[in-house]
Design a protein. Structure first.
Length: 136
């Protein structure tokens, strides 16, 4: 299915699979190889909950509305993911104003992380969600 990027983001994101919701983003790590790791804790005990690893990130768009005193952990309403084919990847690159030639890959993923204060949209090659804490 092709995502209609002409719609408002909250509209086109409705067609994407929700892979995680109602968790607290505790830590963001940028890896030496260009990947990003997001660590989540549960809302009740503050214990480790899930980890998301995104490898080979090609483009990222971030909107933040955080006040000076706000910090992590930050409540995240939902995380949505869509596996893209080459045609929909071209559309995603166009939507995100990706400035390079579309990368060759066997897998493309569109990822959206949303809360009231934070919105991240990016395309990456690998998307891994884990119940176990992985170092890298």
């Amino acid at each position: 299915m092709m995502i209609n990027f002409k719609l408002r983001p909250y509209e086109w994101q409705k067609s994407m699979e929700i892979v995680l919701e109602n968790a607290n983003l505790d830590k963001i790590r940028i890896l030496d190889n260009g990947g990003i790791v997001f660590d989540f804790i549960d809302s009740y005990k503050g214990a480790f909950y899930k980890q998301i690893m995104c490898m080979n990130i090609w483009e990222i768009s971030a909107d933040m509305n955080l006040s000076v005193d706000e910090q992590l952990p930050l409540f995240i309403g939902d995380i949505r993911v869509e596996k893209l084919n080459k045609a929909s990847m071209k559309e995603a690159c166009k939507y995100l104003n990706y400035g390079f030639t579309m990368p060759e890959s066997e897998e493309y993923n569109l990822v959206c992380i949303n809360s009231g204060e934070l919105s991240l949209v990016f395309v990456c090659e690998k998307f891994i969600i884990s119940d176990e804490y992985l170092e890298e």
